[in-house]
Write a protein that binds this ligand. Structure first.
Ligand SMILES: *Cc1c(COP(=O)(O)O)cnc(C)c1O
Length: 427
């Protein structure tokens, strides 16, 4: 592949370079297993001494093509696809944590990730301290402990629409000798590449914009290859000391910049098995082919709708970093100069019921447990996705009980504005 191709070109051409007479679309290799002529060759694959396919839980040619495209888009050394965004975030963190480890995470993250870190991983003996991403370096520093292994945030938070100061988080993480993982789901690599700002590992729920058509659930972990694990070897024994389950192989020594991802496949995929089906990866790839066009349209539509909502008497507050009055406008200009995403968070004057009345009055816009998709949809986290969180937890993760998450799609914006207008008239 030519060097330094633009992101729009990579959306279409990345990952797959057909040779003479080969199909232009990556083929769906819907096979669990791969045949070899002699036993020695297969043994070498198991020893990770040779590259090749043997079982689709570990690697599959279709999945690899799509993973490579996402790695190229993010500017990383490699990528692993997972069966969901939840699996991606769990794998990304668990690859460098174990019982007794500690995580520092922004409070401004997706509810599912908040639960994963705060509840489920706690049961595995991994503690998490949530920090207000707007706090000073000194305040955030206080969350770190000797056993902290990773820092975590979201480029644009779901559902609060806050923009992460990635450079600040990277600075604090690195000062403590740990990597920064950023969930880049809402921004997508079209609008932000966190690696350019010091982030070490990027995750995605590909279920959202990368697929974009509400067709497939999936996730991705991308490594920048930049974090120097060996410089902090005592913190990351799983990467920097021999793995007994792989004949004493040391991932960072044997695979260099690919050590982190090799461990992710060889240990976590092997033992926990959360791969996407090749057919889903094929569909994800179709979505990626128009990502650059869709993101531009999502941003144009959302900007117009946010400007409209900001003017409405009934709107109590609104978060969209494209608005000049938004608290995150300048962070948005820095990290997302070409636009952020299609998601807007706002609240109506009144109570929870006002939000419900507004949503029930919409005709074109769907009420859906989905976001970041080509069809415009709304969701009220307090009564839908975040029902399991108490009011206190809701507020701790920056979610106002009146918050309506409006995910602006790529329809004609005049139809969307008309729908919003008629629904507001009924509130
Ligand atoms: C949806 C979402 C996830 C979880 O992804 P799934 O594909 O639904 O498992 C993680 N992070 C963010 C920011 C999300 O929006």
């Amino acid at each position: 592949m030519e060097k330094n191709l633009k992101r729009a070109t990579l959306c279409i051409r990345g990952g797959w370079e057909p040779k003479n007479g080969e199909p232009v679309e990556p083929p769906i290799v819907q096979s669990t297993t791969f045949k070899y002529d002699n036993s020695e060759e297969m043994a070498q694959l198991f020893d990770l001494k040779k590259e090749g396919y043997f079982y689709s839980r570990l690697q599959n040619p279709t999945n690899d093509v799509v993973a490579k495209k996402i790695a190229q888009l993010e500017g990383g050394v490699g990528c692993l696809l997972t069966s969901s965004g939840q699996a991606a975030n769990f794998f990304a963190v668990f690859n460098i944590c174990e019982a007794g480890s500690h995580i520092v995470a922004s409070t401004e993250i997706y509810g599912g990730t908040y639960n994963l870190f705060g509840v489920t991983m706690k049961k595995m003996g991994i503690d998490c301290t949530f920090v207000n991403p707007e706090a000073s370096d000194e305040e955030i520093q206080q969350a770190f402990r000797p056993n902290t292994r990773v820092m975590f945030g979201e480029t644009i938070s779901n559902p609060g629409c806050h923009v992460l100061d990635i450079e600040k988080f990277a600075r604090i993480a690195h000062r403590n000798g740990v990597p920064l993982i950023v969930d880049n789901t809402f921004a997508t690599p079209v609008n932000c590449r966190p690696f350019e700002w010091g982030c070490d590992i990027v995750t995605h729920s590909t279920t959202k914009y990368l697929d974009g058509h509400a067709a497939t659930v999936g996730g991705a972990v991308v490594d920048s290859g930049q974090f120097d694990w060996m410089a902090h070897a005592e913190k990351f024994p799983g990467l920097c000391t021999p793995d007994a389950s792989y004949h004493g192989l040391t991932y960072t020594k044997a695979f260099g910049k690919m050590g982190y991802l090799t461990k992710l496949v060889a240990q976590l995929m092997r033992d926990l098995g959360s791969i996407p089906s090749p057919h889903n990866s094929y569909l994800l790839n179709l979505g990626l082919e128009s990502l650059h066009l869709r993101m531009a349209q999502h941003c144009r539509n959302a900007q117009q709708i946010a400007e409209f909502l900001e003017q409405q008497e009934q709107v109590a507050w609104i978060h969209y970093c494209g608005l000049k009055n938004d608290a995150h406008y300048s962070l948005g200009q820095k990290y997302l100069p070409n636009g952020s995403c299609g998601v807007i968070a706002f609240g109506l004057k009144g109570d929870r019921d006002t939000a419900i009345r507004f949503m029930d009055s919409l005709r074109l816009i769907n009420i859906a447990t989905h976001v970041a998709d080509s069809r415009t949809c709304v969701l009220h986290p307090a009564s839908h996705t975040h029902r399991q969180l108490t009011d206190e937890q809701l507020r701790a993760s920056g979610i106002d009980p009146t918050l309506i998450r409006l995910s602006v799609g790529i329809e004609d914006v005049t139809d969307l504005l008309a729908d919003i207008q008629q629904a507001l008239a009924k509130c």
